[in-house]
Design a protein around this ligand. Structure first.
Ligand SMILES: Nc1nc2c(ncn2[C@@H]2O[C@H](COP(=O)(O)OP(=O)(O)OP(=O)(O)O)[C@@H](O)[C@H]2O)c(=O)[nH]1
Length: 186
């Protein structure tokens, strides 16, 4: 529960199966890498984050992998402050899936702009790359949202994802506080 000095933020992590949603969430919240793969039904994590001098009490919902037939759950669309949309750089179809998911969010919320961050996870798997940096960056540009590649395995850019999302959520609140980080903000 957020205190008077804290803001509460409800964040949903969405994407195709096995792109690393749970792994990056666990890396962010608990600082370790989960090597095994157990499909998620749904898990909620909480973490207090201090960002730009402000305390945020974050509730992070790690969802089950989506496919084109999944229906966006109302619990993932109502009262949400921001979305982390995850694809894997090793899977072209996972990039196609985030496009479908984003359409569902836009349709459900009726808003063209929703705070979100696009993430190309598994950036450590260079040899298996199917999605170029350019493709990810360009898609985020179309959506007017930040983008980064990340590696949950090596804990690269994982904190940045959530910092960028908090900054996006602040835009809705009218205070545009861009995160200080070495990443592209479209
Ligand atoms: N090399 C590498 N493997 C990763 C990375 N992130 C996740 N993985 C692995 O990918 C597999 C799937 O990761 P999960 O986090 O379970 O994927 P998920 O998106 O939560 O999967 P669902 O619950 O089915 O939606 C696991 O074996 C992870 O260890 C990464 O950054 N690099």
């Amino acid at each position: 529960m957020a205190t008077d000095n804290e803001k509460s933020r409800k964040i949903v992590v969405l994407g195709f199966r096995a792109v690393g949603k749970s792994t990056l969430t666990v890396q962010f919240v608990e600082n370790h890498f989960v090597d095994s793969y157990y499909p998620t039904i749904e898990n909620t994590f909480t973490k207090a984050i201090k960002y730009n001098g402000q305390e945020y009490q974050c509730e992070i919902i790690d969802t089950a992998g989506q496919d084109e037939f999944s229906i966006l759950n109302s619990r993932h669309a109502v009262g949400i402050h921001g979305y982390v949309l995850v694809y894997s750089i090793t899977s072209k179809s996972s990039l196609e899936m985030v496009k479908i998911i984003r359409d569902k969010i836009v349709n459900y919320t009726g808003s063209e702009w929703v705070p979100m961050v696009l993430v190309g996870n598994k950036s450590d798997l260079h040899l298996q790359r199917q999605v170029s940096e350019e493709e990810g960056r360009e898609l985020a540009h179309q959506w007017s949202c930040p983008w980064t590649e990340a590696s949950a395995k090596h804990n690269e850019n994982i904190n940045l994802i959530f910092e960028m999302l908090l900054a996006e959520s602040e835009k809705l609140a009218g205070t545009d506080a861009a995160p200080k980080g070495g990443c592209i903000i479209c």
